[in-house]
Design a protein around this ligand. Structure first.
Ligand code: ATP
Ligand code: MG
Length: 748
């Protein structure tokens, strides 16, 4: 349950305490006339979430009282959305049409009580008679019909003896009520159309205001939660249930604010327009705010639910910034998915002084992510880099490859540009470069070459060609009307991006971070081994924030954080942020922290000069160093940037584990000693020798026969348990990767 209690949960708890209800029953009641969108996700999260939090249940009910627009394909989409978000409805899917007989019976009862009548005024007169907010209404002369006449007419309406609009059934409430909705509202209308479930059985269909409260009652709903636009309908809801004296416990209606997001349209009608006009490829087009669209694009259910949670449940309508949703997916994937190299716009680089080939062992995750794993990256004399990562005449502040500036190839060597080759039209076609053997990643960098960033690359012979679909917002306008505001550049298809060969998608639902590019998802429909297709889920940072900033520097940049107001960055901070995310490949949260803190970024830059390991260093600085700097000034620290660089270097090269690094850091804070010295004195060197680790594993296995049996029977989740036990037994000094591999071997 979310820690903060919203007003709905407060009501629910009060109702449980007072004994008003024994069980909490909610429902999600969509009309199956379109695919559900993110607004529905919010309603789903609220209704199913409350039921789950209070051990009740939630029904999924199709509100199918409007036969002309409904369709079973929408029913399937709604079921799929609820399931994908991780919820379960109780029993079968319900349909308001299943209650048509009962609802009809309640109407008869109202007629018999003199509380409902058949009106035969033409539509425009009904409207006229209703009056206005300042004028009371006038009751129809047909309101005086006898009970017998009303019963007879209503039955014949049902049988189909009259044309559409000839008669209606109305509640007899109050034509002078201040709430206009109470001025004898419509209960039933005649419609000679086929219903997608009830067929041609009915010629009359109940109105929402009559059907909804009764369906809730029939299902034993306790809390009928809906959006604010139904606030005035609440009086009818109560009138129907009270007038029929339905025995308690009966449901009560509670309203919350509808979710609105900028740069998108949310009504099903407008979404249908886009689908029918083929502006998008279908209801599941990754640019649409439909659940099916988010799912296909690669959003996770967790990110959608976190977003709904972060928005909160309010009583007043408001517009939420779409950047907040994008933040949630970034935040979710940041620690979950492997990071690989992909070049979207390839530029050939021939490394003239390199011969043969080799492979680099490259970790999938940065040090601060509690996940392990690595792959081999092939290297050869012919590689591709991103066209945008080279500039012949760079502006000031350009940190990537230029004729005068070397660059590091991520996970590999430093290269230096020696020659630029162009075709007849002057277009750059190839770079001839030289590598520095002394700069190999993993070894101490003895090259003496200064670089300012690391870029992605792929080896020409082994790289795989893939299609990448890059999506931008579907609308350019902050508050779009519909089709007329569509962003013509919302989809870019890159046919021949090149990806490192380790990226093989052999199970559904595979997501990756393409380093420095963003998060990507293997398209669940179009991906095949012959033609791999990836959807861009979201970039590594909010690219719209900058675009909007450009024309008027005073405009606030978009929020990058969910909670509270975030102050816009200054020009200088924004430049640092850009450099950190684009040139150094830091994630936006880390870059944000550094860019906004002068002291911290200066410290970081100093360490970076000593050790070219931008990501590892940034993590150490924004976590450990930042904590120390909270209540100290730099001059008061016992350690300096060079020592931090040394600490990170011995993590990078595997001398100590990440966990031990924290311990060493604590010691540095106290004594100011050098990290290597601390490691030596305390015997903290990481244990990677299988001969030392193997007997410890044997011991753990011998002590846990039950879990071994379970693992062998297929419960592979227990791998983590065993690895954890072994690491504990080594006092945290075991090399997690080696332990992991050995445990797997031993358990097979
Ligand atoms: P739309 O206007 O987009 O077609 P709707 O309100 O007609 O939506 P329904 O199918 O009637 O859609 O909605 C099912 C449930 O979802 C209702 O309880 C409704 O209040 C809720 N809901 C719909 N849109 C939103 C939204 N934007 N924010 C929160 N809840 C919503
Ligand atoms: Mg609707």
């Amino acid at each position: 349950m979310s820690e903060h209690k919203d007003f709905l949960r407060t009501i629910v708890e009060k109702d449980l305490e007072s004994g008003k209800y024994k069980e909490i029953v909610t429902r999600f009641p969509p009309e199956p006339n379109g695919f559900p969108h993110i607004g529905h996700a919010k309603s789903i999260a609220i209704n199913f979430g409350i039921a789950r939090d209070y051990d009740g249940h939630c029904n999924l009910r199709m509100d199918d009282t409007n036969p002309t627009k409904e369709d079973t394909k929408y029913v399937e989409a709604l079921k799929d959305a609820v399931e994908w978000l991780g919820f379960e409805w109780k029993g079968d899917v319900r349909y308001t049409s299943d209650y048509f007989d009962k609802i009809y019976e309640y109407a008869i009862q109202l007629i018999k009580m003199g509380k409902a009548y058949v009106d035969s005024l033409p539509e425009d007169e009904i409207r006229e008679y209703r009056g206005t907010v300042t004028e009371v209404g006038k009751r129809s002369k047909y309101a005086d019909r006898s009970v017998e006449e009303n019963l007879d007419l209503f039955e014949r309406m049902k049988k189909g003896e009259f044309k559409d609009g000839e008669h209606i059934l109305r509640a007899k409430i109050d034509m002078s009520a201040a709430n206009m909705k109470l001025r004898d509202p419509l209960l039933y209308r005649i419609r000679h159309v086929q219903h997608f479930r009830a067929g041609n059985e009915w010629a009359v269909y109940p109105m929402y205001d009559f059907a909804h409260c009764l369906s809730d009652y029939i299902e034993g709903v306790s809390h009928s939660i809906c959006t604010l636009e139904f606030e005035n309908n609440r009086d009818i809801y109560n009138w129907v249930l009270d007038t029929l004296s339905l025995k308690p416990p009966r449901p009560y209606q509670h309203e919350f604010a509808r979710l609105g997001i900028n740069y998108t349209v949310m009504s099903k009608r407008k979404l249908l327009e886009l689908v029918e006009a083929k502006v998008v490829s279908g209801w599941d087009d990754p640019r649409l705010p439909t659940i099916a669209g988010y799912k296909r694009r690669g959003y996770t259910p967790e990110s959608i639910l976190n977003f709904c949670d972060s928005v909160g449940i309010a009583k007043a309508n408001s517009m939420v910034d779409v950047a907040q949703l994008e933040f949630c997916i970034r935040d979710d994937l940041n620690t979950k998915v492997p990071r690989v190299l992909c070049v979207l716009d390839p530029l050939k680089v021939s490394i003239t002084n390199y011969e043969g080939s080799e492979e680099f062992d490259a970790p999938y995750y940065p040090h601060d992510v509690p996940k392990e794993g690595s792959r081999k990256i092939p290297f050869s004399s012919e590689i591709y880099i991103e066209r945008g990562d080279f500039m012949e005449n760079p502006p000031k502040g350009y940190f990537r490859l230029t004729p005068a500036q070397s660059v590091r190839l991520r996970h590999a060597y430093i290269i230096t540009c020696k020659e630029v080759i162009k075709d007849a039209s002057g277009r750059l076609v190839e770079i001839k470069a030289e590598y520095s053997a002394a700069s190999k990643v993993g070894d101490e960098d003895k090259s003496g070459i200064k670089v300012k960033s690391a870029i992605q690359w792929v080896s020409a012979a082994e790289a795989k060609s893939v299609e990448v679909r890059v999506y931008d917002r579907l609308f350019k306008e902050e508050a779009p009307e519909g089709i007329e505001d569509v962003n013509a550049d919302s989809l870019q298809i890159i046919k021949n991006a090149l990806i490192e060969p380790s990226v093989i998608v052999d199970k559904p639902d595979e997501r990756f971070q393409f380093e420095r590019q963003g998060y990507f998802y293997a398209d669940p429909i179009d991906y095949s081994d012959d033609k791999p297709v990836f959807n861009k889920i979201v970039g590594l940072k909010d690219s719209w924030a900058k675009k909007e900033k450009a024309p008027t520097p005073k405009v606030q940049t978009k929020k990058v954080q969910v909670d509270g107001e975030v102050v816009a960055m200054s020009e200088a901070e924004q430049m640092l942020f850009d450099k950190y995310t684009k040139e150094l490949g830091l994630n936006s949260e880390v870059a944000n922290t550094l860019a906004r803190d002068k002291q911290l970024s200066a410290f970081y830059e100093e360490a970076l000069v000593a050790l070219n390991s931008p990501v590892s260093l940034s993590n150490m600085v924004t976590n450990e160093v930042a904590r120390e700097l909270k209540d100290k000034r730099v001059e008061e620290l016992k350690f300096n940037a060079l020592q931090i660089a040394e600490l990170v270097s011995i993590v990078d090269d595997g001398t100590i584990s990440n966990k031990i690094a924290k311990q060493v850091f604590e010691e540095m804070c106290k004594s100011g000693a050098n990290p290597k010295q601390i490691v030596k004195d305390k015997g903290l060197v990481q244990i990677s020798d299988p001969a030392v680790i193997a007997p410890i594993i044997d011991d753990v296995i011998a002590k846990n026969p039950d879990n071994v049996a379970k693992f062998k029977a297929g419960n592979t989740k227990l791998l983590g348990f065993f690895v954890g036990q072994v690491l504990k037994a080594t006092g945290g000094k075991g090399n997690p990767k080696v332990v992991n591999e050995l445990v797997m071997q031993k358990l097979q």
